[in-house]
Design a protein around this ligand. Structure first.
Ligand SMILES: Nc1nc2c(ncn2[C@@H]2O[C@H](COP(=O)(O)OP(=O)(O)OP(=O)(O)O)[C@@H](O)[C@H]2O)c(=O)[nH]1
Ligand SMILES: [Mg+2]
Length: 415
């Protein structure tokens, strides 16, 4: 374990592991159907991370179908084009759509298309028979949600009611405005409805695709944080719960691979575009090394000092509780900071690295103190209640005293 202390590059490891996790993640596959200009790309760019319709790699898989994906985002989109053209073309598109659905179905849960958004401009106020036919036929193969795009005011609401009354075999109708709609220089209609679409989609897609969908979406950051928190809590409980044998401080670096796994998995659950520099700042905040090279023992010995009652580094032990306080503080503060970064990223703002480092440091210390407070009745080197240890010490003293007395009495009687 000693060599782990030396030049252990935690940052690169977190990045590699996150990438590995992402590769293992089943992607979520969504088809986006609708005439040109209704707002398919705008919807995609606002619902998912990384301006996918703009920056993703679009590859034509048939004449009228494009497959959009991007490395690091576990999402595959199928975007239609030309639906507004002649009936001839519409027929072609239809057969392309159904062929693609069929082909993908053969690939199993990982490759099949999980959901279709059928986009209609809310201001069109009418839907053509050919579109209705396509929606009906599509619904036989996939769960379909009708998305009413660019919804404004009363006419959009009336159109929604009209569509709902058609009793189509769909999963729902969602009205939305994917991006703030500017009316004048001073006035705009704020975006709405994306969260509703997200929640409905989560109900529809199979369990296997939910993790990827949560990673790819950028609308509900709290949802990402909650899912990361509950995973981390479970991981920590199983790692440091009953059966964890206290480890000597000198072996503290055994905790580092665990911490790498933890941070990488949290990053993968969250779905966030972080580069090496950002992770380095986060790691520097807790390791205090200021660089990418991370020494496992350094964090433990420095962190231990921050936990009241955790004992001293020299010759001490790290109990399950101490390990769990450190790791919980690490994960929870990391998640808090990721949430802040993600919220900024959505608005195209990237926080200053120095600020990230300071924020992480502050959150981490706050969490450590909180953890130590909760466990203030425990001896943090053994996990036994403090009173028990006191009692043990007392009884040891008593025994020594009585032994001493016996000895001195024996000596006296020998005289
Ligand atoms: N403000 C605002 N504008 C929107 C919204 N949706 C669509 N638009 C406008 O409509 C235009 C067309 O939207 P796109 O998202 O490109 O439409 P599309 O369905 O992808 O069109 P094609 O790629 O040609 O099939 C955009 O340039 C926006 O100006 C929205 O939610 N808010
Ligand atoms: Mg488009």
């Amino acid at each position: 374990m000693k060599n782990l202390d030396k030049n252990f590059n935690m940052v690169q490891d977190i990045l590699n592991k996150t990438e590995e996790e992402l590769k293992k993640m089943n992607p979520v596959n969504i088809m986006v159907v609708g005439k040109t200009g209704v707002g398919k790309s705008t919807l995609i760019n606002n619902l998912f991370r990384e301006n996918l319709a703009l920056t993703g790699i679009g590859r034509p898989i048939t004449k009228h179908l494009r497959r959009i994906s991007k490395e690091g985002v576990p999402l595959v989109l199928y975007d239609t084009r030309g639906l507004e053209l002649s009936l001839e073309v519409q027929k072609e598109i239809k057969s392309e759509i159904f062929d693609t659905i069929k082909e993908n179905k053969k690939l199993g849960i990982q490759g099949e298309i999980h959901l279709a958004y059928y986009c209609i401009n809310a201001n069109s106020s009418r839907i053509e028979p050919t579109e209705l036919e396509l929606i009906r036929e599509l619904s036989e193969k996939l769960p379909v949600v009708i998305v009413l795009t660019q919804s404004i005011g009363e006419p959009a609401a009336t159109f929604k009611t009209y569509i709902e009354n058609l009793n189509l075999p769909i999963y729902g109708v969602v009205s939305l405005m994917a991006e703030n709609f500017k009316l004048t220089e001073e006035m705009s209609i704020p975006a709405f409805g994306l969260k509703e679409l997200l929640e409905l989609s989560f109900e529809i897609i199979p369990e296997e695709a939910k993790k990827a969908f949560n990673n790819a979406q950028q609308v509900d950051i709290a949802r990402k944080a909650n899912s990361a928190r509950s995973w981390a809590t479970r991981y920590i409980a199983t790692s440091f719960g009953v059966g964890f044998l206290p480890i000597p401080f000198s072996d503290a670096s055994v905790l580092v691979p665990m911490q790498v796994t933890l941070l990488a998995h949290i990053t993968a659950i969250f779905g966030i575009s972080m580069d090496k520099a950002t992770i380095a700042s986060l790691v520097a905040a807790i390791g205090g090394t200021g660089g990418a090279t991370f020494a496992g023992r350094y964090i433990v010995s420095n962190v231990i000092k921050l936990i009241p009652g955790a004992g001293t580094v020299v010759g001490g032990l790290i109990s399950g509780t101490t390990a769990s306080i450190i790791t919980t503080a690490l994960s929870m503060s990391y998640i808090e900071v990721l949430a802040i970064i993600a919220a900024g990223e959505k608005d195209g703002k990237y926080p200053d690295l120095k600020n990230i480092e300071q924020l992480m440091k502050a959150k981490f210390q706050e969490r450590l103190k909180k953890g130590a407070k909760i466990s203030k009745n425990l001896d943090l080197t053994t996990d036994l209640p403090k009173e028990t240890n006191e009692l043990k010490k007392q009884s040891k003293k008593d025994q020594l005293m009585s032994n001493f007395k016996k000895l001195t009495q024996r000596k006296k009687s020998n005289k």
